[in-house]
Design a protein. Structure first.
Length: 506
């Protein structure tokens, strides 16, 4: 019998679509379904939410049929959470997905073997300081019909976090399918600043997808049907809050945009087509010490940027936001008069630089890529260690460490640690071969301090190719097992993820 040749669905040519015909959607703020008692000592009454992962269809463009997604709400991205620092909340995460996956699972990948159910989810709140049992450990997945009750204490500075699936071995597929959303923590420091708020503050969740001609998600596969994993997926369509080429009507005044790169692998270089400047006021874990004036912003998967754009100089104009040459969205500035009600202070939130002398431990950690016979990436590892090996990173609760990320590969890897926030010390070019053969760190250029817009609290850091990136990390919060990983989801799924364990002081 002849083998049926699978036909690859034809990819959409996005250039054939009209631009700026759909208004930018803003995900709903989800109301709690009541109150319940928190698992704290003493317990208190906290808001309770029940959120269902489900199959949905939603239109990404006026001229395309609805696209099948999985989402935590009636549309993608899922609903937005709003809470205040120190106000805990409970979420029952329900897996109400179908029993079959609609994207290609690679059964050779760890955690996704043939004996594992196809559809599994577990939710992680990225950027949250949460107990391990509520952190969404990749092996804590549940199958359709089940749910998990997670508690988020929110004892941390105001920031935009994001929740997303974290199921081992299929995380790249589940997030690609649409399982993520935004989570805002507010606090008094932020509120005292009189930044743009209400309808003048909007999340911009950016992610690219490969769409077929009939507007459906296409997740590319390798030529090997036994092992369909590919090392990075970038799409032909860049969606913002679920729409392709949306527009937003704005008044000629300042707006605050809370940007997230929720893409599997794409790094954006965002700018306005007319080169208009804008300010970045915050990063992953909240406000920067001072606004930073930018004309271009680089943002990698997992990272967030808090931006203020002043449209008052652009009355009646149309500003296009792009990434390199790719068009993302349009801002239509009304011609009328607008009243500026916000202000941009020169100082935001003080951030004390952690002295290196505070670190009690320095860890050298490599980012490794292994290629197959064809020279194609076959697997990526942290510190040349598989996920299943015993835990090697065991920071003591309350101590500070320096993690030295050594990247001999040709890619930038956005490295994310759960539970903690950290500061970037520096990046320095080194000679990879000497390190590989003799484990000698030989630097071939001076250390570069973080850019001003990275000089705040981070939870995801871009480890540049052929550079050593050093971060300083206070391990605060809770004891127990967490993970750190590359946020390029194809890398993370194929073993570029390791556990770490916060242990008590001896
Ligand atoms: Cu965005 Cu392990 O997470
Ligand atoms: Cu995280
Ligand atoms: Cu990576």
């Amino acid at each position: 019998m002849a083998h049926a040749v699978p036909t690859m669905p034809v990819a959409l040519d996005v250039n054939t679509l009209a631009q700026f015909v759909d208004p930018l959607p803003v995900p709903e703020i989800v109301p709690p379904q009541g109150h319940r008692s928190s698992p704290t000592d003493p317990p208190k009454s906290v808001p309770f939410y029940r959120i269902k992962a489900q199959a949905i269809a939603s239109k990404v463009h006026r001229d395309l049929p609805p696209t099948k997604f999985w989402s935590f709400g009636p549309s993608t991205p899922g609903p937005t959470f709003e809470t205040r620092a120190g106000e805990g909340l409970l979420v029952e995460w329900v897996n109400a997905l179908p029993n079959e996956h609609f994207l290609p699972i690679d059964r050779t990948i760890h955690g996704a073997e043939n004996d594992k159910p196809a559809v599994r989810t577990v939710v992680h709140l990225h950027g949250a300081k949460t107990r391990p049992e509520s952190d969404g450990y990749p092996e804590d997945w549940i199958v359709p019909g089940k749910s998990s009750l997670y508690y988020y204490p929110n004892q941390q500075d105001a920031a935009m976090l994001w929740y997303h699936d974290h199921a081992i071995g299929i995380n790249r597929l589940n997030i690609y399918a649409g399982l993520f959303g935004a989570f805002f923590i507010r606090d008094g420091v932020e509120e005292a600043l009189n930044l743009p708020k209400g309808k003048y503050e909007l999340p911009l969740l950016l992610y690219d997808r490969l769409l077929t001609r009939d507007g459906q998600l296409l997740y590319p596969v390798s030529p090997d049907p036994e092992s369909p994993w590919v090392s990075e997926v970038s799409g032909n369509a860049i969606l913002v809050n679920g729409k392709l080429f949306p527009y937003l009507d704005v008044e000629p005044r300042s707006y605050r945009f809370r940007l997230l790169n929720a893409s599997n692998a794409r790094i954006y270089h965002l700018s306005f087509a007319n080169d208009a400047p804008f300010h970045q006021i915050g990063t992953d874990q909240g406000l920067l010490p001072a606004p930073v004036l930018l004309r271009e912003l680089e943002i990698a998967p997992g990272e967030r940027a808090d931006l203020v754009v002043d449209f008052s100089e652009h009355r009646g104009a149309q500003l296009v936001l792009k990434s390199d040459a790719l068009v993302i969205m349009q801002f239509r500035v009304s011609a009328g008069k607008a009243i500026e009600t916000s202000s941009l202070p020169s100082a935001l939130r003080p951030i004390a630089k952690i002295p290196e002398s505070q670190a009690v431990e320095t860890r050298l950690l490599t980012l490794d890529e292994f290629v197959n016979k064809a020279g194609k990436p076959a697997m990526l590892l942290l510190n040349a260690s598989h996920w299943k090996l015993p835990v090697t990173e065991k920071p003591v609760l309350g101590s500070t460490e320096i993690w030295t990320l050594i990247n001999p590969t040709n890619d930038t890897h956005p490295i994310h640690l759960h539970l903690v926030r950290f500061q970037i010390l520096d990046r320095q070019p080194y000679e990879p071969w000497l390190f590989q053969t003799k484990r000698q760190l030989h630097f071939i250029g001076p250390p570069e301090p973080p850019a001003p817009n990275e000089a705040g609290w981070k939870d995801t850091v871009q480890a540049y190719s052929r550079m050593v990136t050093r971060i300083i990390v206070p391990f605060e919060g809770f004891l127990g097992r967490y993970v750190w990983h590359c946020h390029i989801l194809e890398h993370e799924d194929n073993e570029m993820m390791r556990p770490f364990e916060v242990i008590p002081r001896a």
